[in-house]
Design a protein around this ligand. Structure first.
Ligand code: ATP
Ligand code: MG
Length: 560
């Protein structure tokens, strides 16, 4: 399909973060530079929430002629893996962004160590022998101040000696920490002498066994931002309470000081954004993989048929705010419909085939009818679809006893076959045992061929079809919400998984033009929705995912 043609463009909209950038430019705080970063921890696959952050950070860099780095926040060796690094690189690229610098917080381990020595020499950090449990006990409560560590007043020399030996591996895991010396009475827990380093013998995915002390997030993050010359360090709201510490470290070190600004994370209805729980879904086989098309992961959306353009457009449409809320997933679905409506080729496919025989059509004859590839895009041209005596239509397009206002096929009624003729149902064939209708006998009106001069006769509905001898078999996977409730959560969240989130329809029939469809190609199956060729698809064994229906059927179901 024509990927070059982008239909949903991202019109840069201002928001409170961009206003801060504007202000920096006006006051010349950073000498006219704009540098942002996206800092994922490589402990899982990226999800649609990360996409919001990616679009925000890369979008600012793009629109302000600035730079945006991709930095792996890899300070937690026990949870991080190369597999995740690779998937993150792929996902960011697929979303359409190119990073200026590609960095790893682990690249800065030596520099961070030097910075720590500086704080020790200033009397602003100390080696503490309290255990993790003791540190917690000493920390106090939200209403009561904490208690100072008995090791807090060690001399600079002793601290330097002990910290050097921590690095050298002289002490057991957890035996000592390096802590900032700030204020145990601060109402902000993060300022009560936070831990900067812990001893941990774990093999790091990049630095191997070189280090046995690892920096905490708070110690690594701001200093990494500073080293890279970041001007705007954008993060989610839970870090607002960490900002005083972020600022304290930078001020004490007297190094380049980025502005941290927080925004509300994305929560999407009927799914969840917790990496930990998404990992559980995968590990417990509740979904098939990280890129299962039901997953809210970027790779899941990609496999399902979402376009990068639709996700960028979504990020743009929802904007950024300071208040958390549940974003209705239908907005995302609309972005995809809008994009694919403009550029996905139309084809005909029948999910649940009902055979029809056109009695007055000559045996063995076939003709090629002209079908429009995309009514929204004349440049997409036309193609030929074969028509013959035996066809398949959708079971749902026939009712033996039609309810009122049912204008599709029923005994004695007429419908138009898309791009073809008006047909009339003149008889039904039933299974002798079950009584089920297994075949329709029809006649066609040769005068009504679409596009011909005499084709002006009108009937109330037009249905899609495929020619039985020409059609290809396909498997189609239909998806529904992964969870049954808008805001799945709580301890028993697994009970909220929708047991009908995947329906596999095996004996579908699709038009022959799809023979050469490639993995990731996207189509509109006329009247059915937008579909994408799945990774499992092979020539001769096509597999499609329904990315999204044509309209939001779910909203209608809920209103009932
Ligand atoms: P973890 O629990 O592992 O820290 P995380 O979701 O915070 O998970 P990170 O890899 O630390 O994952 O996130 C990278 C960046 O993406 C961070 O700047 C984070 O604030 C942002 N981010 C994460 N989740 C969301 C979300 N739901 N909406 C918007 N931004 C998000
Ligand atoms: Mg995080």
């Amino acid at each position: 399909m024509a990927e070059e043609k982008t239909t949903v463009e991202n019109t840069p909209r201002t928001n409170f973060i961009r206003e801060i950038v504007d202000e920096h430019l006006q006051t010349n705080r950073y000498g006219g530079k704009v540098v942002t970063r996206f800092p994922p921890e490589p402990n899982g696959y990226l999800h649609i929430g990360h996409a919001k952050s990616i679009c925000l950070n890369f979008g600012i860099a793009r629109d302000y002629n600035g730079k945006c780095n991709l930095r792996f926040d890899d300070t937690n060796p026990t949870k991080e893996e190369q597999e995740y690094v690779d998937s993150i690189l792929e996902d960011v690229r697929w979303l359409g962004f190119q990073w200026d610098g590609l960095y790893y917080a682990s690249d800065y381990f030596e520099q961070l160590y030097e910075f720590a020595l500086r704080l020790i020499k200033k009397g602003k950090a100390f080696v503490c022998d309290l255990t993790a449990d003791q540190i917690r006990e000493y920390r106090g409560t939200p209403t009561e101040p904490g208690t100072e560590s008995p090791y807090r007043n060690r001399s600079v020399d002793e601290n330097l000696d002990l910290f050097t030996r921590m690095r050298a591996g002289e002490f057991l895991d957890g035996a000592r920490t390096l802590r900032a010396k700030i204020d145990m009475t601060s109402p902000n827990f993060n300022m009560r002498d936070p831990v900067m380093y812990r001893i941990l013998r774990a093999t790091h995915h990049r630095t191997g066994d070189v280090w046995c002390i690892y920096p905490t997030y708070d110690w690594a993050h701001g200093q990494s931002d500073s080293i890279e010359g970041i001007t705007n360090s954008v993060c989610t709201l839970e870090f607002e309470i960490h900002r005083p510490l972020y600022d304290w470290f930078l001020d004490e070190l007297g190094i380049h000081h980025p502005q941290q600004t927080e925004f509300a994370r994305l929560n999407l209805s009927y799914t969840m954004m917790s990496k930990r729980r998404l990992l559980q879904l995968v590990e417990e086989g509740l979904v098939n993989s990280w890129n299962d098309p039901r997953m809210p992961s970027i790779s899941g959306f990609r496999r399902r048929g979402y376009t990068p353009e639709s996700i960028r457009s979504f990020a743009d449409r929802i904007g950024v705010s300071k208040r958390e809320y549940i974003q209705d997933v239908t907005v995302l679905e609309d972005c995809l419909r809008e994009d694919l409506n403009a550029r996905a080729p139309r084809v005909m496919a029948v999910l649940r085939p009902l055979k029809i025989v056109i009695e007055n059509y000559p045996d063995g004859q076939a003709e090629e009818l002209e079908a429009v590839n995309n009514p929204e895009d004349t440049a997409a041209g036309v193609r030929k679809v074969p028509f013959s005596k035996v066809l398949y239509i959708e079971q749902d397009d026939f009712r033996e006893a039609p309810p009122k206002k049912y204008f599709r096929l029923s005994p004695g009624s007429e419908v138009r076959l898309r791009y073809a003729y008006i047909i009339k149902c003149v008889g039904v064939v039933k299974d002798e045992k079950t009584g089920e209708v297994i075949e329709l006998r029809c006649t066609y009106d040769p005068e009504t061929r679409s596009g011909s001069a005499q084709s002006s006769r009108k009937v109330k509905s037009t249905i899609h079809w495929v020619s039985a001898t020409h059609a290809l078999n396909a498997e189609v996977r239909l998806y529904d919400r992964l969870f049954t409730v808008e805001e799945p959560g709580g301890e028993d969240w697994k009970q909220l998984i929708n047991p009908h989130s995947l329906e596999v329809v095996k004996s579908c029939k699709v038009e022959p033009s799809l023979a050469n469809a490639n993995v990731q190609d996207r189509f509109q199956f006329e009247r059915l929705g937008y579909f994408c060729v799945d990774d499992d698809s092979k020539p001769g064994a096509l597999v499609f995912n329904r990315a999204v229906t044509l309209r939001d059927t779910w909203a209608k179901i809920e209103k009932k």
